[in-house]
Design a protein around this ligand. Structure first.
Ligand SMILES: [Zn+2]
Length: 438
């Protein structure tokens, strides 16, 4: 295969939340040499890296992890510096009690620690891969036990006069990444080769599918730029799905750009040659389009039937958003559709959301809803083979292709200056992120 993809990756960390609270476990790593023993708060630490009195003047400039240490963490921090912590990854067959005894903990303390952990975490969920660490005081007695469970969550038990447990949730941050690639073959394959999450191909097809004929319009060699965000934990592991914030597809004559803004619940603005073409708000954010509008072989009845909407596959319970502002006109059951919510937009357009598992308590016929407002949850009520949202748009009672409709989009009052500015800012961000590492 010819070398087609010219992938350029870059990344930049955007700290969205406070830095890690769990500084106890990070602290020993930052020091080159072990510090002198400490007697308690206010004790002088020797060594040229931390020439200050603790905790009053604790402002080490060189250790990012310490920068925003909170005063009540300092004692634990100081204690953790005294002796290297004991650490163990939980393996099959391990029990908490056996692990703690290997960390030189007496039976009485082990019981108390287990109780304190159990208050915060169901210990039956302990499984291989979780990590247990124990930090000690200078006299060798344990001062803190940290159990690291799934997705960066830690249960921390501190042992002072009393033994107290607390749950420390990870301070996830969002990393922005940018990819620049050349289309060759399918969009899916091109993204994959360029090191960009290939799942974005579905989003692009969904948004541009009715405007760009991917088979006919893509000859190969077109440029595709993508900017996206990925939530990561302090240890670098990725959680959740990557989300696109910008895509630019250059077809030579025409340049399509799509901007997703954080505030808008997955609403995308599509630009053609720098001008707003339309906005698209998927009813289920990040969901996979599993069936399109039109004639298809019915998954249950087996015959050819008109599919009057589009289906989005998503886990049961996933929130469903109104795609445009309107008024709730129906909540209830409609045979094969199962539990349904319908929203009237103006006099002739209606959107229908079907197979729902639930509708929010306060939602009632007559309510005004905003675009992006939650009006139900994905389910499989009615005739459905798996949890999915059947989304339908009807104009004067007649179903139209929801992916092709521009009626709802044009109903939106649009600030052109804002749209142009948002595009400009987003383009700049793409270039900045792309340059970071290159
Ligand atoms: Zn359907």
């Amino acid at each position: 295969m010819a070398a087609a993809a010219v992938g350029t990756m870059a990344s930049r960390a955007l700290i969205m939340e406070a830095p890690p609270e769990n500084i106890v476990s990070e602290a020993p790593v930052a020091l080159d040499s072990p510090p002198e023993p400490l007697g308690g708060p206010g004790v002088f630490i020797s060594g040229d890296t931390m020439p200050s009195i603790l905790p009053a003047a604790f402002q080490p400039p060189d250790f990012p992890a310490f920068e925003r240490a909170e005063p009540d963490n300092l004692l634990a921090l100081v204690q953790a510096l005294a002796m290297p912590p004991w650490e163990k990854t939980v393996e099959a067959g391990d029990t908490l009690d056996v692990l703690l005894s290997r960390a030189d903990m007496d039976a009485q303390t082990r019981t108390e620690v287990a109780l304190a952990l159990a208050v915060e975490y169901d210990l039956r969920r302990l499984r291989p891969g979780h990590q247990l660490s124990v930090g000690y005081r200078t006299d060798g007695t344990p001062s803190v036990v940290t159990l690291s469970v799934d997705e960066g969550v830690q249960i921390e038990v501190t042992m002072d006069d009393t033994i107290v447990g607390r749950t420390v949730t990870p301070s996830a941050s969002t990393i922005e990444r940018a990819g620049q690639l050349e289309v060759n073959g399918s969009i899916y394959a091109s993204l994959d080769r360029g090191g960009v999450p290939a799942r974005f191909a579905v989003d692009l097809a969904q948004i541009l599918g009715d405007t760009v004929d991917f088979r006919r319009d893509l000859q190969g060699g077109e440029s595709l730029n993508i900017l996206w965000g990925q939530t990561v934990l302090p240890d670098g592991s990725e959680i959740g799905q990557p989300l696109m914030s910008y895509a630019a597809l250059d077809l030579g004559d025409d340049q399509f750009e799509i901007v997703w803004t954080d505030e808008d619940n997955g609403r995308a603005t599509v630009y053609l040659n720098g001008e707003v073409l339309r906005t698209v708000a998927p009813p289920v954010e990040g969901a996979r389009l599993s069936s399109v509008f039109g004639q298809r072989k019915h998954p249950i009845y087996g015959n050819m039937r008109m599919h009057t909407g589009v289906d989005y596959a998503a886990a049961a319970g996933t929130p469903i958003a109104a795609t445009a502002p309107g008024r709730v006109s129906f909540i209830g059951w409609r045979s094969g559709y199962g539990r349904v919510v319908e929203i009237q937009h103006g006099s002739d357009t209606m959107t229908r959301y079907a197979h729902l598992s639930a509708v929010p308590e306060g939602q009632a016929v007559g309510n005004r809803v905003l675009a992006g407002e939650t009006i139900g949850q994905v389910g499989e009520t009615g005739t459905a083979t798996a949890p999915n949202l059947h989304y339908e748009v009807r104009v004067d009672g007649r179903p139209i292709d929801p992916l092709g409709e521009e009626l709802l989009a044009s109903a939106e009052n649009f600030d052109k200056t804002d749209a142009a500015e948002i595009l400009e800012v987003t383009r700049t961000r793409f270039v900045t992120v792309l340059r970071e590492d290159t």
